[in-house]
Design a protein around this ligand. Structure first.
Ligand SMILES: C[S@@+](CC[C@H](N)C(=O)[O-])C[C@H]1O[C@@H](n2cnc3c(N)ncnc32)[C@H](O)[C@@H]1O
Length: 204
């Protein structure tokens, strides 16, 4: 696909894992809600270098993952191979991706702020369509606060969301988790703060 729309292509060039290899604790929250099994299909949107996708595959889910970076997907596949777990990972764009598959869990951490405004509504309609009944979604997104500066490693096409905006796309779903937190982050080597909205909910 070859693109220069995200700095991550460069940040993922090195053999080291930019985000490390420790899976996000959100994965275990999903595992508790929806126990793994080969028949349970997970989609990881914006999988980066694959730490969460490969972890979920190692727990027994059937995992599909995509990211816009070729380096991220190369490292995702390498990690899966090293850990001897099957995974389907490929380069694609959150704004335009298409799939005929149906999933039980759709997971995306740190990525939906790359959706262009005009694609947000269509994206969440697509998510609802490709998720099986009683399937779960996990999303988080950086939200704007007037007292927080833009993070030093803020990317070219990222756009802050409004507080609560994410939750408004799931009015009739069963909420399992919904929160907004401010936390310190050292990514990019300079300490900074983020405000993040998170939702885990179930399609009824
Ligand atoms: C903050 S990182 C999170 C990566 C991964 N989810 C993790 O937690 O390790 C954001 C990811 O979004 C990806 N990304 C940026 N623009 C994208 C797009 N248009 N479509 C899909 N992924 C994109 C970046 O390449 C990067 O891997």
């Amino acid at each position: 696909m070859g693109n220069i729309r995200t700095n991550y292509e460069k940040w993922y060039e090195s053999d080291d894992y930019y985000w490390g290899l420790e899976p996000a604790h959100f994965c275990d929250e999903l595992i508790a809600l929806c126990p793994p099994g080969a028949e349970i299909k997970v989609l990881d949107i914006g999988c980066g270098e694959g730490k969460d996708a490969v972890y979920m595959a190692s727990k027994g889910y059937t995992v599909t993952a995509f990211d816009v970076t070729e380096n991220g997907i190369r490292k995702t596949l390498r990690l899966a191979e090293n850990r001897k777990v099957p995974i389907h990972a490929y380069v694609d764009d959150i704004n335009t991706f298409k799939t005929d598959d149906q999933f039980d869990i759709i997971y995306s951490t740190g990525t939906i702020q790359y959706l262009f405004d005009e694609n947000k509504k269509g994206f969440f309609e697509k998510i609802e369509k490709i998720l099986r009944p009683h399937g779960f979604v996990f999303f988080n997104v950086f939200v704007e606060k007037p007292f927080l500066e833009l993070p030093p490693d803020w990317d070219m096409e990222e756009k802050m969301w409004q507080s609560g905006e994410l939750f408004s796309y799931f009015p009739n779903w069963k909420y399992h988790k919904i929160d907004e937190v401010i936390f310190e982050d050292h990514s990019g080597g300079i300490p900074h703060f983020h405000c993040m909205d998170t939702i885990i909910c179930e399609k009824m």
